[in-house]
Design a protein around this ligand. Structure first.
Ligand code: ZN
Length: 265
C-alpha cells in the first residue's frame, strides 16, 4: 500500500514537471510580435518586421501585389486578416511555432509556416544554409495560400493545404527522370498531419500534382469545394481512396501529360 502511494506521488511529480516544461517551451508562441516590430499596412496583407527593413519591404511589395490574385482564386473578394511576421533570424521564426525546442530540431529547410491566417517567415536577408534570398521571398506566397485555406477550412488536411499552396505558388513541374525515381506515398501516408513525415515522403515535390489532377479532371470549383468540406463522396461521388488511385494513374502517365501540355502551348 505504502509503495503504491510513493509510486503515485513520483508519477504525479513527473507529470507536473513535464507539464511545466511544455508550458515554458511554448512561451515564445504566445505572441508572434517581437519587441519593437514595425508594421507595413497593405491593401491585402499587413507585414510586421524587425530590423531587416529592405527585405521586409521587398516581401511586402510581392505579397500585397500577388494577394489579390490568390484571394480571387480562393473565392475572396476583399482583404482578409492575413498578417505576415518576418523575423531576422531563422531560430526566432522556428520558436514562434514550436517554442524553445524549435531551433533544436535541426530543420534547416524550415523557413516559414502559418498559424491560421498568420504567416511567419525568416527574413530572406538571412536565408540560412538551405535556402537563398529568392526562395524565401517566394515562400511568402505559399504561406499566404495556407492562410487563406485556413479560413476556408480551419482543420484542413495537410496533404490538401500543401498541395493547394504548392499548386498556386511554388510547386515545381516534375521532369521525367526525377519523377521516375520517386517513391509514391500510400493512401495512408497522405492522411498524415505530421509535417516532417510529409516532407520525408516527398510531399513538397508531389502534393501539387494531386490538386492539379483534381483540377484537370473535375475543374477548379470542385477543388475549392473539396478544400472546404473534404467530403469526396459529396463533391465527386467517389471515395477518397478512389481519388487517390486516379491520381496515381495520372502521375504514372505524367510524362504524356507534360508532352501534351507542351504541345498545346
Ligand atoms: Zn506549406
Amino acid at each position: 500500500m505504502k509503495k503504491t502511494k510513493v509510486l503515485f506521488k513520483v508519477l504525479l511529480g513527473v507529470i507536473v514537471l513535464l507539464l511545466v516544461f511544455v508550458i515554458i517551451n511554448f512561451i515564445p508562441t504566445w505572441n508572434l510580435k517581437t519587441k519593437g516590430m514595425r508594421r507595413l499596412e497593405g491593401n491585402w496583407v499587413d507585414v510586421y518586421y524587425e530590423s531587416e527593413i529592405a527585405a521586409a519591404k521587398d516581401i511586402f511589395q510581392l505579397a500585397d501585389t500577388r494577394a489579390k490574385d490568390l484571394a480571387d482564386r480562393l473565392g475572396f473578394t476583399e482583404k482578409q486578416n492575413i498578417n505576415i511576421y518576418i523575423y531576422d533570424n531563422q531560430s526566432t521564426m522556428q520558436m514562434k511555432k514550436y517554442g524553445f525546442i524549435g531551433p533544436l530540431l535541426g530543420l534547416d529547410w524550415y523557413i516559414g509556416d502559418n498559424i491560421g491566417t498568420n504567416v511567419i517567415l525568416t527574413s530572406p536577408a538571412n536565408p540560412g544554409k538551405v535556402h537563398n534570398y529568392d526562395s524565401i521571398k517566394n515562400a511568402v506566397l505559399h504561406e499566404m495560400v495556407h492562410g487563406y485555406a485556413s479560413i476556408l477550412n480551419p482543420k484542413i488536411q495537410l496533404w490538401l493545404t500543401e498541395g493547394l499552396a504548392l499548386y498556386l505558388s511554388n510547386g515545381e513541374v516534375l521532369n521525367s527522370k526525377y519523377k521516375n525515381s520517386m517513391h509514391l506515398p500510400s493512401y495512408t501516408d497522405i492522411q498524415t498531419r505530421n509535417p516532417i513525415k510529409f516532407s520525408n515522403m516527398g510531399g513538397y515535390s508531389l502534393a501539387h500534382t494531386y490538386i492539379e489532377y483534381i483540377c484537370v479532371t473535375y475543374g477548379w470549383d470542385k477543388v475549392l469545394e473539396l478544400i472546404k468540406s473534404e467530403n469526396y463522396e459529396k463533391v465527386f461521388g467517389i471515395s477518397g481512396e478512389e481519388m487517390y488511385s486516379g491520381w496515381i494513374n495520372y502521375f504514372e502517365n505524367y510524362d504524356k501529360y507534360i508532352e501534351l501540355s507542351t504541345i498545346n502551348i
